[in-house]
Design a protein around this ligand. Structure first.
Ligand SMILES: Cc1ncc(COP(=O)(O)O)c(C=O)c1O
Length: 429
């Protein structure tokens, strides 16, 4: 395979644990096709990116039209119409008082900016994050990532970062068997962290509303309400990292809407432009004033082609009811997976919202993580023509994050393949 040889010789690939042996020639909606002509049903969407499906015709048309007019001018040197329109659109569709955006290119860049503006607004400098979290690969975003497997070898990290336990109900850090109680105890522990781990200069608490890389951990519906109350008492900003959960993925446009809580700052990337590189953070107008001339910029951020794609993408998600479809298809998928769970002791937990679903695999009743078996599931799914993701802080979670366009019949096929693969692998433990 020529491309594989080029990768081996000229690309740094030593950090990739498991390359999928597919040379991708093309992709359309829910299908990825290899150069060998084989097609796969895509349940990972390029890591939760192509929410409107691969190459949605309206997104492609908008991007092509923009390419003919203007590709780059620098959105922060000249006024770029698509960036203005997209910023207005984001203000309209994001919750609460969020109104002013800054555009970057990827998730980590958005979070870097969000941290900086939070610090400048509050004139404080400490950050509290969750264990099992993932926020990116730059120094600051790794500093707030709560997972040694991602951080090893990259330190020293930023000072002033504290972690509070994620409300991981299946393995509750406080030993609670009850979701709500686990959420309450996890939130209450934040008080302890603030009191005993920080110097009282905390600018922000940052969390993914549903933790993606950590293993699709879905906090109980009350968790962020408890947390927000504590943050209010302590005058600390709440940054919702919606990089992975945004743009309809969880059955709402933004996952924090499931929790009825308004963040002060929200970060977005991945699903924002159906595959075109773009990210943003959005803040309340009073927070936006914290930047003064020279404080922030991005050469490529808010690229007109990416912004045009994002505008079309958001219209598609809303007008073609893909957000509602994600909610329905997610319920369908989880109902089927729970049936499989009854017959398979390998399946410890099935959880998720919308089309962000995780299957946590365990070897026994003591919940020993089944990481090798998770790899085998991914491999067997591939052989059956279906692509799934792997993740979790214990590397034992199958991640299902397909395009939100997936129809009922395709979801049945996903559930059938997983049912047969999970039953097969259960026989080996
Ligand atoms: C929640 C979350 N935040 C931030 C990032 C980093 O995004 P990027 O890889 O675009 O820098 C990711 C990537 O997986 C993510 O899932």
């Amino acid at each position: 395979m020529k491309t594989k040889e080029q990768y081996d010789k000229y690309l740094i690939t030593s950090m990739v644990a498991g390359f999928e042996p597919i040379e991708v020639a093309a992709a359309s909606n829910t299908q990825i096709t290899g150069t060998d002509g084989k097609s796969y049903l895509d349940c990972f969407s390029g890591i939760a990116v192509v929410n409107a499906g691969h190459g949605h015709p309206r997104v492609i048309a908008a991007a092509k039209a923009q390419i003919d007019k203007l590709i780059h001018c620098c959105t922060y040197v000249y006024y770029s119409p698509r960036a203005g329109e997209l910023a207005q659109k984001l203000a309209e569709i994001t919750p609460g008082a969020l109104q002013k955006s800054f555009f970057g290119n990827g998730g980590a860049e958005a979070i870097e900016g969000a941290l900086r503006i939070a610090k400048q607004h509050t004139k404080a400098y400490e950050i509290v994050a969750l264990t099992q979290s993932f926020h990116g690969r730059t120094n600051a975003t790794l500093s707030i990532t709560g997972n040694r497997a991602r951080k090893k070898g990259g330190g020293p990290y930023l000072p002033g970062i504290s972690f509070t336990p994620a409300p991981y109900a299946y393995r509750c850090p406080f030993g609670s068997k009850d979701d709500k109680e686990c959420a309450w105890k996890s939130a209450e522990f934040l008080r302890h962290v603030l009191k005993y781990q920080t110097g009282g200069k905390v600018a922000a608490f940052i969390a993914e509303p549903i933790l993606g890389e950590g293993g699709i951990l879905v906090p109980h519906e009350d968790y962020f309400k408890y947390v927000k109350q504590i943050l209010k008492e302590e005058d600390i900003l709440f940054i919702a990292d919606e990089v992975q959960t945004g743009f309809g993925r969880t059955g709402k446009l933004f996952a924090i809407e499931h929790y009825g809580v308004e963040p002060d700052i929200m970060t977005m990337a991945k699903g924002i432009a159906d595959g075109f590189p773009l990210s943003a953070f959005i803040v309340r107008p009073d927070i936006a004033q914290a930047f003064t001339p020279g404080d922030h910029l991005s050469t490529f951020g808010g690229n007109p082609v990416s912004c045009a794609a994002a505008l079309a993408n958001i219209d598609v998600l809303i007008q073609e009811k893909l957000v509602e479809n994600a909610a329905k298809r997610g319920q369908q998928l989880m109902a089927r997976l729970r049936k499989t769970q009854e017959a398979c002791r390998l399946v410890g937990d099935v959880r998720g919202k919308g089309l962000m679903v995780g299957i946590e695999l365990v070897k026994d009743a003591q919940k020993t993580p089944a990481a090798e078996q998770a790899k085998a599931v991914r491999w067997m799914c591939l052989e059956k023509g279906m692509l799934v993701g792997l993740g979790g802080s214990l590397a034992n979670v199958i991640r299902l994050q397909p395009p939100l366009t997936m129809n009922e019949a395709e979801i049945e096929r996903v559930a059938d393949v997983l049912d047969s693969v999970l039953k097969e692998i259960t026989k080996t433990i």
